[in-house]
Design a protein around this ligand. Sequence first.
Ligand code: SF4
Length: 213
Amino acid sequence: METKTPEPPRDCPLCPRLVAYRAANASAHPDWFNGPAPSFGPSDARLLVAGLAPGRTGANRTGRPFTGDHAGVLLYATLKAQGFARGAYDPNGADDLELIDCMITNAVRCAPPGNKPEGSEEANCRPFLAARIAALPRLKVIVTLGDVSRRNVLKALGLRASAGVPGHGSEFAAGPYVVLNSYHCSRLNTNTGRLTPQMFEAVFGRARGLLDG
Ligand code: SF4
């Protein structure tokens, strides 16, 4: 796999469809971030949370993962409850929120139309995910949010997607790491009750237990 830096360049050209979407959003909303959303959190984190891709009005707008869309409200509240974050969360990122021993990234760094990246876009961005993981020297636990994230993390580690069990609450070893899989904290999943706050907190409670045990 081609070596990449952990963070793509601001003008990464690798996915033409997503580059065009960035440009369209930049034209309509020049005050938005409109670029590959950088990972957020300390570089000595032991926990990595891997999402799917930035939401158009979330990280694509604010430039911080899970900031500005519905999914971030539950994610940051849950991280705070388990001691992985502190400070206030503001949906525009105008806050003092800080991650503790935790980094958040996305399998695909640019916002895809309809929140659905294509397979080629996942493949294009995967070397950045692999480099992100490799650049965390203390990393022990990876929480994957949804099946696209789970598959991409496994492939980024050089494993087959079938090496990990799908479904909420599944747990498996992947190389030197423990992967905990969760349903994505999207509005669709939380509004339908597919994912409850209790189910989500249980995953991060398990991460806390693995790190502190
Ligand atoms: S999704 Fe990743 S690989 Fe594709 S253009 Fe954005 S940063 Fe580059």
